[in-house]
Write a protein that binds this ligand. Structure first.
Ligand code: HEM
Length: 421
């Protein structure tokens, strides 16, 4: 039963730490502050916190039922102002509002159906062999070295080859697209962006690249998901270059960082818990379990923001039109209500139960379009690693990137032995 602490100026704050703000970047230096989230979840349904850099504040949404309500009720909680906490400059916002992640139904559903077909299980099965070959090549490239910088050399390689390949990006452009994706997704880390404006500029660059990619496909038709999307007939009309560009940005941002970070976290946890890695090596059938467990234990998208469309009573609070609601996706992942010993990394948990309980891929109309693709990539690379690498170890302390939205590493140098037989 959740108690409702004292309300300040009509909005409940956390009286134990009234000036603390969960989403302050400093709290994320070692990854998501999960103990603090657990403490807040035990005491609150909604709690009001100040924004770090902007005037005003936001509601943290901590209970799974409330997260589901916010994500599944776009008429009350719109996506039009971004899933990110920061407000976009008006010119950037106007362009972003033409892309999938900023849209509400019914427009959202019409657009999403133009890409959905490429991510259905049938389409995925058709590219399973190719992705298996890619996973093998990724490990081939490092296996004889005995050590590698895991994030760049392994974790990022499969999503990069698979997603860029699928979209028909030319291999010579892969690094450029990866660099702008890092800048726009990790704009709070000075290694990737000098400031937030550099992040907004990178969004524009990615968008322009998407437009050029569409035009290149029209000039030089080739077999790719981009071609399929450009040719899709939607009530007698097809996507323009700029409409396609919005999709392109969503797909590269949605697919790359998330999958890369999840892979890196999995190897990190296997190094921390070698008994769990030994279990997987002894029984390759546990690969699905291992992937679901890391998606639960280290969900990489920290939060999703929505914006209230009108004044309302919600979760015991008076929410005002324009208030930001920030759903903390990792909150249910570590709740005893849904998992036994939730802070234990345990790859023997039932994967079906796990995936039903967590909200790692969101919920409602914007639920991750690439969920099957993500699971397939994660399972392929995990199986390949477990079959070929043993005695995993850290060579240096891994470095987290600076972000309160994405949880992951920018560098992780690991050592390993070749697994014989
Ligand atoms: C571990 C991997 C992944 C995680 C944790 C993840 C997580 C998420 C989450 C939480 C959302 C909801 C966003 C919202 O409600 O505003 C989302 C949406 C989305 N994801 Fe993923 N994702 C992953 C992999 C992928 C992949 C591989 C792709 C595509 C290649 C992809 C493409 C997208 C797109 C396009 C959306 C927007 C859907 C919409 O707005 O309707 N994601 N993802």
């Amino acid at each position: 039963m959740i108690g409702f602490p004292q309300s300040v100026q009509g909005r409940t704050r956390d009286m134990q730490c009234p000036h603390a703000t969960l989403l302050n970047l400093a709290n994320f230096e070692q990854g998501t502050p999960r103990q603090e989230i657990a403490r807040l979840r035990k005491n609150h349904r909604l709690v009001w916190q100040e924004d770090e850099y902007e005037r005003g504040g936001h509601w943290l949404v901590l209970q799974r039922n409330d997260i589901d309500t916010v994500l599944k009720t776009p008429a009350d909680f719109t996506n039009n102002f971004s899933p990110l906490l920061e407000d976009f400059p008006p010119d950037v916002l106007a362009i972003q509002q033409e892309s999938l992640t900023f849209m509400d139904p019914p427009r959202h559903g019409e657009y999403r159906s133009m890409a959905d077909f490429a991510f259905r299980p049938k389409a995925l099965r058709a590219r399973a062999d190719l992705m298996q070959q890619m996973a093998t090549q990724v490990i081939d490239a490092v296996i004889d070295k005995g050590e590698c910088e895991f994030v760049e050399e392994v974790a990022m390689q499969l999503p990069m080859k698979a997603i860029y390949g699928l979209l028909g990006v030319k291999p010579e452009d892969y690094q450029y697209v990866a660099d702008i994706t890092n800048t726009l997704a990790l704009a709070n880390d000075p290694e990737y962006a000098v400031d937030r404006d550099a992040g907004f500029a990178a969004s524009m660059e990615a968008y322009l690249f998407g437009e050029k990619l569409a035009q290149d496909h029209r000039d030089n038709p080739r077999d790719s998901m981009t071609m399929d999307m450009l040719q899709a007939d939607k009530n007698g009309r097809s996507l323009s270059n700029s409409e396609y560009a919005g999709f392109f940005v969503n797909l590269i941002v949605g697919g790359m960082e998330t999958t890369r970070n999840t892979t890196a976290w999995l190897i990190y946890e296997f190094i921390r818990y070698p008994d769990q890695y030994a279990l997987l090596q002894a029984d390759p059938g546990l690969v699905t379990h291992a992937v679901e467990e890391i998606l639960r234990y280290r969900n990489t998208v920290v939060y999703l923001r929505r914006t209230a469309t009108h004044d309302m009573e919600f979760a015991g609070e008076s929410v005002k039109s324009g208030d930001k609601l920030v759903c903390v996706l990792g909150s249910p992942s570590r709740s005893e209500e849904f998992f036994d010993s939730p802070d234990r990394f345990d790859i023997t948990r039932d994967p079906i139960h796990t995936r039903r309980q967590y909200r790692t891929f969101g919920a409602g109309p914007h639920f991750c379009i690439g969920v099957h693709q993500a699971r397939m990539m994660l399972e392929l690379i995990t199986a390949e690693i477990a079959a070929r690498m043993t005695n995993l170890r850290l060579i240096e302390e891994p470095v987290h990137f600076r972000s309160n939205f994405m949880d992951g590493f920018k560098r992780m140098v690991i050592g390993f032995d070749k697994r014989e037989g």
